[in-house]
Design a protein around this ligand. Structure first.
Ligand SMILES: C[S@@+](CC[C@H](N)C(=O)[O-])C[C@H]1O[C@@H](n2cnc3c(N)ncnc32)[C@H](O)[C@@H]1O
Length: 199
């Protein structure tokens, strides 16, 4: 069976348009078969954006961007300088590129094909992720460790994760790595976690 993180989905393309509204601002995303949450903006993604969109500033990295919701919505904020969006799924990356144009933020957005942080060469003020739970703990825990290496001093990592997908153990792990993580908000099992790099 193909996963949403297959590099080259073979499932037949059937594009559709998804509308998303945050704070009265409308966004439109082209989505397709073979990408994560193809029919609507994921509930965890929506909760993450509602929780963090007012506080993010500077240079941002969206890890596992899918068709681009998090990176593109954040790029539309005037406090954000630029956004790099990475993924392994080529179809998702192609959609993210088109969606950046569609939502008029392409000048601020870079698309990067990368397995985890493999091709990431820069550092960022903010790293944000709705992590690929199905890829497995080893992969996502490695993403969290690498995030610290790729954050500027006093930069923040934001993660959304459900209790049933291991929020408590994730918080414990992140606290071991960063030493100062907090849950910014919780809803229906979802936790938005923030960790700051200050050591
Ligand atoms: C839970 S989805 C989130 C997608 C998007 N950010 C959103 O909120 O709709 C996780 C994404 O991580 C990507 N992914 C899975 N394994 C990856 C890896 N090793 N490196 C980079 N991205 C990966 C998947 O292709 C998928 O698009």
């Amino acid at each position: 069976m193909e996963h949403y993180y297959t590099t080259d989905p073979s499932v037949k393309s059937e594009e559709r348009i998804i509308k998303y509204i945050l704070n009265g601002k409308e966004f439109f995303f082209v989505s397709d078969n073979g990408v994560f949450s193809k029919n609507h903006v994921d509930i965890a993604t929506d909760f993450l954006l509602k929780t963090i969109h007012k506080e993010v500033i500077g240079k941002i990295l969206d890890v596992g961007c899918g068709y681009g919701v998090i990176g593109i919505v954040l790029a539309s904020s005037s406090s954000v300088i630029d956004v790099t969006m990475l993924d392994v799924n080529h179809r998702a990356l192609e959609l993210a590129k088109r969606n950046a144009v569609k939502n008029k933020v392409s000048e601020k957005v870079k698309i990067l094909e990368s397995n985890g942080f493999e091709n990431v060469k820069e550092n960022f003020d903010i790293i944000v992720t709705n992590p690929p739970i199905r890829a497995g703990k080893e992969i996502i825990y490695n993403m969290y460790k690498k995030s610290k290496e790729h954050l500027n001093e006093n930069g923040s990592l934001y993660v959304v994760i459900n209790k049933k997908h291991g929020a408590p153990s994730t918080i414990k792990f992140l606290n071991n790595v960063f030493g100062n993580c907090e849950v910014l908000d919780k809803k229906a099992g979802f936790n938005v976690i923030k960790c700051i790099k200050n050591n």
